[in-house]
Structures are given as structure tokens and as C-alpha cells.
Design a protein around this ligand. Sequence first.
Ligand SMILES: Nc1ncnc2c1ncn2[C@@H]1O[C@H](COP(=O)(O)OP(=O)(O)OP(=O)(O)O)[C@@H](O)[C@H]1O
Ligand SMILES: [Mg+2]
Length: 113
Amino acid sequence: MKLIIAYIKPEKLDDVKKALSDANVFRMSVTNSLGCGRQKGYTESYRGLTSEINLLKKTRLEIAVNDDAVKTALSALLQGAQTGEIGDGKIFVVPLDECIRISSGETGPEAIG
Ligand SMILES: Nc1ncnc2c1ncn2[C@@H]1O[C@H](COP(=O)(O)OP(=O)(O)OP(=O)(O)O)[C@@H](O)[C@H]1O
Ligand SMILES: [Mg+2]
């Protein structure tokens, strides 16, 4: 099991949702977040203060998947979120030790899907 954490441009959320849905990925958590990457939140043309960071609005998705669904979910995320511009976002894939469906007590891969 893996936990996929993606930071995307908020305006790409609809495209990402569509791509995930088309790939049969329907389970996700979405939150608003603030962050910055290697430009420290400034565009490349910015020539002012760069010693401080500028936090930009991003959308964070968390998607827990079984191992056989990782590639599909990552492809859909890329397809939906990529414009080719800086700031498109970043995806982290983290090993997931356990998942428990609270209503039934199911655990592991059965609980994810
Ligand atoms: N190393 C990191 N750790 C945690 N969050 C990060 C990291 N890099 C990026 N992020 C998150 O991803 C968002 C988007 O990052 P961004 O796409 O700007 O990455 P980048 O590495 O600067 O790539 P690019 O050059 O394409 O902009 C950030 O606003 C932040 O929320
Ligand atoms: Mg960046």
C-alpha cells in the first residue's frame, strides 16, 4: 500500500478529478494548502527579495492505493495537473503501513478499496 500526496495548482483540481475518475480512482482527500518549491514562491522573472519565501496557494491531495493501482493513479495525476510550467506541483509516494475502515474494522488492502 502507498500513500500518494500531491500538491497541485488549485485551478487544475477539476482536471485532476476527471483524470482520476477516468482511471477509476475515486477515493481521495483534498485540502487547501500553502507552499513553495524551488522558486521560493516567486516566479523565475522575479528579481526582488528572494531570501524570504512566499507561500502560494496549492491544493493537496492524499490518495491511499493498493500497490497495483499506484502507476494508474500517478499517470492520472500527471495527466490532469501538468501544464509544463513551473509551479505545476509535486507528487510524493510514501509507503503505507496500515489502513483501517472504521465502520467494519477491515484492515489492509481490503480497507482501501
Ligand atoms: N520538497 C518539498 N517538500 C514539501 N513540499 C514541496 C516540496 N517541493 C514542492 N512542494 C510543494 O509543492 C508545491 C508546488 O511545488 P512546485 O511545483 O513549485 O515545485 P518545484 O520543485 O519548484 O518545481 P517547478 O520548478 O516546476 O516549480 C509547493 O507549493 C509545495 O506546496
Ligand atoms: Mg516551483
